[in-house]
Design a protein around this ligand. Sequence first.
Ligand code: C2R
Length: 195
Amino acid sequence: MTIRILLKKRKSCFKISRKYTNASEEGIRKDEIMRTAIIMGSTSDLPKVEPAVAILKDYGVTVDVRCLSAHRAHAGLSEFIEETNQNGTEVIITAAGMAAALPGVVASQTVLPVIGVPLSGSVLDGMDALYSIVQMPSGIPVATVAINGSKNAAYLALQIMAVKHPEIREKLLEERRQMEENAMKANEEVIAKFQ
Ligand code: C2R
């Protein structure tokens, strides 16, 4: 291979890796990046999705947030799913209200774990989205959390990632220890109040 071809190859590799990594991730191998994606159906979903973004960022995870409706932007959605299939994303969180096709459509185009968050806001108050997301046909699962359960979607994503990343596992265990301590303190307060 001539030097010119080699240089051309290196340049295109650099372009691809730049496309798939954040500036802060440069120099980190793709398999070391802790990366998730969150896709919502509409920007009107943002207030219910933001708590998940905050939790994942607090754990130092890169979060690619997108608003890509399966109903309204199916080509753009497929393009993004293809990106996640190649850029080291480990889990995809999907959040949608009403006739929520989005989580299932995402799950149909990847073997990455897909978590679905049904959102309220319609006249059916989230039951429509819950039923749309939870009743997937065999072979294309979506791990469905509670209506508006975006925080648990983030924790479930972290638990999946913790299998590979010990730093996430340690932080999750520490948070659980803290949770238990607070719960026991609440118990003591209740005992003291009513004895
Ligand atoms: P608008 O507020 O934009 O009208 O959206 C969104 O997630 C949102 O909760 C209303 C609701 O429609 C949902 N939506 C879906 C999909 N695209 C948008 N369920 C989809 O592709 O599944």
